[in-house]
Design a protein around this ligand. Structure first.
Ligand code: HDD
Length: 714
């Protein structure tokens, strides 16, 4: 895609950073000039890459093809092995580079880790965002949890924070993970469905696992369908620990909060975008970074002192529970920014590999039974995907020195000169480092108890927080949850499955259970299975995360024009929006010259459309702007696709800015009696309907203002 304003900025801004990790990766860049000739992998020049060596028979026909063609053999053999196993979960993703820093040393009372306490440091990071269920080639805008895996290349080694955009998980104990993943993935007999939970096996499993109820509510909420990776919170989910210089330990949860606020698509958009542009989120991240609108998050921690571990009515080591912010505040200690797209997808995004067990001194684990299992699983999976020497691959290797006695293994890249590959040794080479000099030390924890397979009482309560979450949503967010559950359960055809889930819902909210049961033909309950405790926590609704400083930057605005449009207005709006770092895309009846009002058709002023109406859809934009022009207005009103653009954008609560004659067309094509039109973006109607038309009011500022005043979820 190209936009004149967007692409101009893009070339100026791309690849501006050069941190320690980026420099390190550059040592692997292949800098062969485009004038270099073609060679084999072993460097010999190749004279023909299109014709396999064969015998030209006497009768002129192609004869036998010869296995002796070592050039063809290498080309084919090499190609045959291009694929590696895709991740068993989180197969589809995208990533970017950036940097992290802390605001001050306030966290030093809890941790000795310099990455979290030294404000003079800038730590390079890489983040991989992902969906969970779909395979590598699935669509971005599906309903799913999003992965938010962070690698911090610290001076003390790599720290991996393998997070999600939802703060809780489906299961409490890692031993259940294979069952859960089997149930969520496409069903084994026919590998259906792709990239969605709307099938019998998933709802069967979660219907029989009340501990999943809380997470299911989050996934069915708008959190499951983010507008952008840049507009999601991140959560470490598991309970980690921090250890300070005195060896004192606290329990922590990690929190990432986007500067742009938390925003979602609406479900109808998701379904359409999945077909129209399956790479929507991937391209969105790239577009923002290349246009210099670097996504940014604050980094926070929730801290529970050791003495308070058992003071809550939930277990703080249970990954199906949040620590409500009303009980445990978030301390914002730092921030991070993504400012560099990858140079090549496979070596960076596909080969990046995370391990929850990779922590640096000052950060530790807890006895969270999910985390303990994760610590075991990730390293193992990387061996399958990348081989035992996976930590030597460019994207995964640390920026600090690595010195150990691990040797050999498949694809060993390090050459360790000298005879010593063991410890102790006569030179004391590769000696352990005492904690006083930075060596990792485990927290000294007294443990006593009976070895058994068990679950403590607090781990057996599953509905309190599912109810807390649902209660905390606004009415329209609740409506979205109801619609999502109804959609998903409608896709299950086994009555035991959709009927079973109604019983879970009735433990959360009676009205919810009744409404969904009626929608999907489940047994309608006659009374609540459990009294609703009525508690709420505003921080659980994403409305709470409306941006502190609203901005139109990085928003995508479609400018709809047809022949006879007002060129001055369009030029003015593009300059205004471009200077606010929004991107504009001109859409017309054809991807070519569109004549402007009063334009001499032969000489032609006008403007070239980036796309034709059929080539892009309103779903791919945040707002639309339509200039005035008498002829243009007539064209618009009689062009079915243009009319559809306006109606669809309105249906998805997009801001619509229209001027003069175009405003009249918008009024006409919407022709909904209840629609009111605002002359000012501050009118209530704007936030209610997201529609602005304008006579005297400038539509340029209308779009800017609408997105800035009403930036909350749709
Ligand atoms: Fe996991 C990948 C997040 C529980 C086992 N997980 C993976 C990724 C993310 C998460 C973001 C993608 C990493 C990437 O981009 O490469 N996983 C989570 C969270 C969990 C969680 C937030 C709950 C707190 N995971 C979990 C459990 C297990 C795993 C309980 C196993 C016992 N996860 C894996 C894995 C994956 C993975 C199979 C697949 C690919 C990979 O690790 O590198 O090992």
């Amino acid at each position: 895609m190209s936009s004149s304003i967007g692409s101009a900025i893009r070339h100026a801004m791309s690849h501006v950073t050069d941190n320690a990790k980026v420099k390190d990766l550059k040592t692997n860049h292949v800098n062969v000039s485009s004038s270099s000739g073609l060679t084999t992998d072993y460097g010999a020049k190749v004279s023909d890459t299109d014709n396999w060596l064969s015998v030209q028979t006497d009768d002129g026909g192609p004869g036998p093809f010869l296995l002796e063609d070592h050039i063809a053999r290498e080309k084919i053999h090499r190609f045959d092995h291009e694929r590696i196993p895709e991740r068993v979960v989180h197969a589809r993703g995208t990533g970017a580079h950036g940097h992290f820093r802390v605001f001050n040393n306030s966290a030093s009372k809890w941790t000795s880790a310099p990455v979290l306490t030294d404000p003079t440091r800038t730590t390079p990071i890489f983040i991989r965002f992902s969906t969970v269920q779909g395979s590598r080639g699935s669509a971005d805008t599906v309903r799913d949890v999003r992965g938010f895996a962070m690698k911090f290349y610290t001076e003390e080694g790599n720290w991996d924070l393998v997070a999600n955009d939802i703060p809780v998980f489906f299961i409490q104990n890692a031993i259940k993970f294979p069952d859960f993943v089997h149930a969520v993935k496409p069903e084994p007999h026919n590998e259906v469905p792709q990239a969605q939970t709307a099938h019998n096996n998933f709802w069967d499993y979660v219907g029989l696992q009340p501990e999943s109820a809380h997470m299911v509510m989050w996934v069915m909420s708008d959190r499951g369908i983010p507008r952008s990776y840049r507009m999601m919170q991140g959560f470490g989910v598991n309970t980690f620990t921090l250890i300070n210089a005195e060896g004192k330990r606290v329990f922590v949860k990690f929190f990432m909060t986007p500067e742009l606020g938390v925003h979602s698509l609406v479900w109808d958009e998701c379904l359409k975008i999945a077909g129209q542009d399956p790479d929507f989120h991937r391209k969105d991240l790239q577009e923002a970074i290349e246009n210099g609108v670097y996504p940014k998050w604050t980094f926070g921690i929730q801290v529970v002192e050791e003495k308070d571990e058992h003071s809550f009515d939930f277990d703080i080591l249970d990954a199906t529970k949040v620590w409500p912010e009303s009980l445990v505040p978030v301390h914002q200690i730092g921030e991070f920014t993504l400012d560099r797209v990858v140079d090549e997808y496979f070596p960076e995004v596909e080969q990046v590999a995370f391990c929850t067990s990779h922590v640096v001194p000052g950060i530790g684990f807890s006895d969270d039974p999910l985390l303990q299992g994760r610590n075991f699983s990730y390293f193992d999976t990387q061996i399958t995907r990348l081989g035992i020497n996976w930590e030597q691959t460019p994207i995964n290797r640390p920026v600090c020195p690595v010195m150990n006695h691990n040797r050999d293994g498949s694809r060993q890249h390090r050459i360790n000169p000298g005879p010593l590959n063991y410890f102790p040794n006569r030179d004391n080479a590769g000696h352990p480092v005492p904690p006083s000099q930075g060596g990792y030390i485990e927290f000294k924890q007294k443990v006593e108890g009976i070895k058994q397979r068990t679950r403590t009482t607090k781990f057996q309560e599953h509905y309190n927080q599912a109810q807390l979450f649902y209660n905390s949503l606004s009415q329209y967010e609740k409506n979205h949850v109801i619609a999502a559950l109804s959609f998903e359960l409608s896709h299950c055809d086994d009555q035991r499955v959709y009927g079973g889930y109604i019983k879970i819902l009735n433990n959360i909210d009676f009205d919810l259970a009744v409404t969904v049961a009626k929608n999907v033909n489940g047994a309608v309950p006659d009374k609540p299975a459990r009294i609703n405790h009525g508690q709420k926590d505003p921080t659980l609704s994403q409305i709470y995360y409306a941006p502190k400083t609203p901005t139109i930057a990085s928003r995508r605005i479609a400018v709809l024009i047809t022949d006879g449009f007002n060129l001055d207005e369009v030029e003015a709006v593009r300059v205004a929006l471009g200077s606010a770092k929004a991107t504009t895309w001109v859409i017309g009846p054809r991807r070519g010259k569109i004549h402007s009002e009063g334009d001499n058709i032969v000489l032609g002023a006008g403007m070239v459309a980036d796309h034709h109406f059929e080539g892009q859809r309103s779903t791919l934009f945040d707002a639309i702007y339509i200039p005035s022009g008498a002829e243009h207005a007539k064209n618009l009103a009689t062009n079915g696709r243009a009319v559809h653009w306006i109606r669809e954008a309105f249906g998805h609560c997009k801001a619509i800015g229209a001027i003069g004659d175009a405003a009249a067309v918008v009024k006409h094509v919407l022709s909904l009696p209840e629609v009111e039109f605002a002359n000012s973006a501050t009118d209530d109607v704007v936030s209610s309907y997201g529609v602005v038309t304008s006579g005297k009011y400038s539509a340029t500022s209308a779009i800017v203002d609408v997105l800035e005043i009403a930036p909350g979820p749709k």
